[in-house]
Design a protein around this ligand. Structure first.
Ligand SMILES: Cc1ncc(COP(=O)(O)O)c(C=O)c1O
Length: 384
């Protein structure tokens, strides 16, 4: 494995950061859980933050329209998707965007469809607001995880939370799959929240197609939520966008959720996001090369050195959804690797009750650290 300058960080440097990733577990545990990258940030983002601190620019911000316009530029440049900045709302984070969308477009007792396994806060957005989660398990076809939209009818099915690219399976859905999702949403008259936060982290051979870009009909029922926080490694800066695919959707949302209750992103988040989206791509290209190297090394090494563990090589994201069921462990896979390997993965059972035999590994880390993580896991599997 090789490292490039932008991915060269050692454990002491990473642990010195006061991040949840490096401080949730005791010091002897190597973390490979929450979706932060163990890298830095793009130079234009660092420059934007320096400018704020040097100018002591902490007064109420004048950034009218800046985030929405940067979003529209980025979507057009990256995905060929034309959007109107007037359809965009800036918000603190995507979890807030998913909770507020659920509250705006459904009532307590309504049903909301969600593919499983799922990023855990989506389940919270449905259940903590008194809605009913309609689980929609994905299928492992032996090569990749696929959608199965053969869902039992429910007259109170109102919405679908769709994650694309999918966390944790790493699927980047193709056009035919997205068209099936759009047809399903139209057939059942659903509002779709499409979380596209991982859209930039798509490996060669795959293409991200925004769901709302398929047709005006699907756009008119889709709220696309995204941010620069995953691809540009700035989740602490709390800045995200909601794009409403039709003015009526945005008006309905704004009537139900007062904007002063929602709040708005801080100036740090806005400036970092705009810098990343407009000027950070050369940095991200270097990061993507390392992520791909890590992904391919992980696939080869797991196949060779962790018998009983398999995964479908992700088409997108820096997350590997490890199927450890063949190990027949007495505890969940996440617990096993935490106890026996001193590696902190995301526990599969937090992505849905049926997934205790799985664990999610974040491979966005310098190559030597990834090697140590996987080496510890291989030892634990051998000794069990
Ligand atoms: C699919 C998905 N959505 C949202 C988030 C979190 O976004 P935020 O920090 O903006 O709430 C993550 C973080 O890992 C994620 O994977």
């Amino acid at each position: 494995m090789t490292t490039t300058g932008v991915t060269d960080f050692d454990i002491a440097t990473l642990r010195a950061r006061r991040t949840n990733k490096w401080h949730k577990f005791p010091a002897g545990v190597l973390p490979a859980w929450v979706a932060d990258m163990d890298f830095g940030v793009a130079p234009p983002i660092a420059a934007a933050m320096t400018r704020l601190t040097q100018n002591q620019e902490y007064g109420y911000a004048a950034r009218e329209g800046v985030l929405a316009e940067a979003f529209s530029r980025r979507m057009e440049r990256r995905f060929g998707w034309r959007t109107d900045p007037a359809d965009v709302v800036g918000i603190g984070d995507l979890v807030q965007a998913s909770f507020s969308s659920v509250m705006a477009f459904s009532e307590p007792g309504d049903a909301i469809l969600l593919q499983l396994p799922s990023y855990p806060p989506f389940m919270r957005a449905i259940e903590d607001t008194g809605r009913r989660l309609t689980p929609n398990p994905m299928r492992d076809d032996g090569t990749r995880w696929t959608l199965d939209l053969d869902v039992a009818p429910d007259p109170r099915l109102r919405m679908m939370i769709f994650c694309h690219p999918q966390n944790p399976t790493g699927r980047a859905y193709d056009r035919a799959e997205l068209e099936a999702v759009a047809a399903f949403a139209m057939r059942h008259d659903l509002i779709v929240v499409s979380d596209e936060i991982h859209a930039d982290i798509v490996y060669p051979g795959n293409t991200h197609i925004p769901l709302a870009s398929l047709s005006p009909e699907i756009a008119a029922r889709t709220i696309t939520i995204t941010s620069a926080t995953k691809s540009f490694n700035i989740p602490a800066l709390r800045c995200a966008v909601m794009h409403f695919g039709a003015p009526a959707l945005k008006q309905h949302f704004e009537k139900r959720i007062p904007s002063r209750l929602l709040g708005s992103p801080a100036v740090t988040g806005v400036d970092a996001t705009v810098a990343g989206w407009d000027d950070g791509q050369p940095w991200l290209d270097e990061i993507m090369a390392q992520l791909q190297t890590n992904r391919d090394w992980l696939a080869a090494t797991i196949a060779a050195e962790l018998p009983g563990v398999t995964f479908r090589v992700p088409e997108a994201t820096y997350l590997a959804w490890l199927d450890c069921r063949a190990l027949n462990l007495p505890v969940s896979a996440g617990q096993f690797f935490l106890d026996k390997a001193k590696v902190g993965l995301n526990f599969g059972e937090t992505f849905g009750a049926d997934y205790a035999g799985f664990a999610r590994l974040n491979f966005a880390t310098p190559a030597p650290i990834l090697k140590e993580i996987v080496g510890r896991m291989a030892d634990a599997v051998r000794k069990r």
